[in-house]
Design a protein around this ligand. Structure first.
Ligand code: RM4
Ligand code: MN
Ligand code: MN
Length: 397
């Protein structure tokens, strides 16, 4: 049973907790061996926004949608006219803008790290256009992920490429409005299998610092080696004022993009705990973009997204229940058992009654997943989209 104080803590936490869904999470995706088509998958930006609108209607905490420029707007800026109004029709808004400098043939050997100056320029031009798109859509964050790297030792000059990244990101940073941010994402491998230009949080941090004060690091939970302590990275980035956002997902092996919390919910709890702990220590509220980056090829896409969002709310609510005074005392006394109990007790607390109360107060379905499943939405869009989808016409876009 939650005490009254705990209940209020959870309600206040849910009031401030928002999470962004990715447009690409509603589209047909697959593995490198093939794509499994779903008749209800979204292919146009309107369909993706409509699906995202469903997630927000069911959960009440997903007001924004991340977009991937080439997949959502293959013709760039000109295609973004009216898209904010379209989003508003579905009760959402356009969130972070994700450039795509990995898909075109010219990027075979990299984008900002490519030895060919004309390719580096093309990548930068595309990212500059993304800044213009962000102005048109009133989006704050430009979220950068680079597939740059090489497959064999000696095939690329690591330090030259580092410098090209620094130069390019600096130029891009100069284009931002004062309220905007660049988020720099890292990933140890895939698609490159020998070296990746931004392979870990240290490289992302240094590049963000070189780019300018509005550049921060983005932590994608799937982008670490097995056994890496992600919450420690989070704590360090917070201490450095450099944590910009997250891509939430879960994994068993590599960058599996599975439903958040499906494999190791305690890990995300520990990450949220480090954020709450920083807030407790500083009295400030962390300015972090929580985003989902998942792609489900077996589960229904909207259902998986609703699962993820509900799981994130619960884990966040549990993390705010950690008793920081008690924990600080246990840490000072070097009492690992008592300290661990502080975390485990909060993690084991049933926050569902408070989450339910929060939903009821907002007129949100008590059980978002069940409500969605019973709503008939999937049946309706299956009819509308099924034929086109099963003809294989859609791609990630
Ligand atoms: C990458 C990375 C990026 C995402 C692409 C599709 O692994 O996570 O954030 O945009 O996949
Ligand atoms: Mn990501
Ligand atoms: Mn990824």
């Amino acid at each position: 049973m939650l005490t009254d104080t705990q209940r209020e803590q959870v309600l206040a936490a849910l009031d401030r907790f928002e999470i962004e869904v990715p447009s690409w999470g509603f589209a047909n995706t697959g593995t490198r061996f093939g794509k499994f088509l779903q008749p209800a998958a979204a292919s146009t930006i309107e369909e993706k926004l409509s699906d995202a609108g469903q997630v927000h209607a069911m959960t009440g905490c997903c007001p924004s949608v991340a977009v991937h420029v080439l997949w959502d707007f293959p013709n760039g800026l000109e295609e973004t006219h009216g898209v904010s109004r379209m989003a508003a029709r579905h009760n959402v808004r356009i969130g972070s803008i994700n450039p795509n400098v990995f898909q075109d043939q010219i990027y075979k050997h990299g984008s900002l790290g490519n030895p060919d100056e004309t390719v580096r320029r093309a990548a930068l031009d595309h990212m500059m256009e993304c800044v213009s798109i962000s102005h048109a859509t009133d989006s704050r964050d430009i979220s950068l992920w680079f597939a740059d790297g090489s497959n064999y030792p000696g095939s690329q000059h690591i330090r030259k490429r580092r410098q090209w990244f620094m130069d390019g990101l600096q130029e891009l940073h100069a284009r931002l409005d004062s309220s905007q941010r660049l988020l720099v994402e890292y990933k140890p491998f895939e698609p490159a299998f020998y070296h990746t230009d931004i392979a870990d949080w240290g490289m992302a941090l240094l590049l963000a610092r070189a780019a300018g004060p509005q550049a921060k690091v983005l932590v994608d939970l799937g982008h670490h080696y097995q056994a890496q302590n992600i919450e420690q990275i989070v704590a360090w980035l917070l201490a450095e004022g450099m944590l910009g956002g997250f891509h939430f997902n879960d994994r068993r092996y590599a960058d599996d993009d599975l439903t958040l919390g499906s494999i190791d919910p305690y890990q995300l709890f520990r990450i949220f705990h480090e954020i709450c702990c920083w807030e407790w220590d500083t009295g400030a509220q962390a300015d972090i973009a929580y985003m989902i980056d998942q792609s489900h090829n077996l589960k229904g896409k909207i259902e998986a997204m609703i699962q993820s969002v509900c799981r994130a709310q619960e884990l966040y609510a549990k993390a705010v229940l950690v008793d920081h005074e008690r924990l600080a005392a246990a840490q000072s006394a070097c009492d690992p058992v008592e300290a661990e109990e502080c975390l485990q007790e909060a993690f084991a607390t049933d926050v569902k009654p408070a989450v339910l109360e929060w939903r009821q107060a907002r007129g949100i379905p008590a059980n978002p997943l069940a409500e969605f499943r019973g709503s008939g939405y999937i049946q309706r869009v299956t009819e509308e989209r099924g034929e086109r989808n099963m003809a294989g016409a859609s791609s990630y876009a």
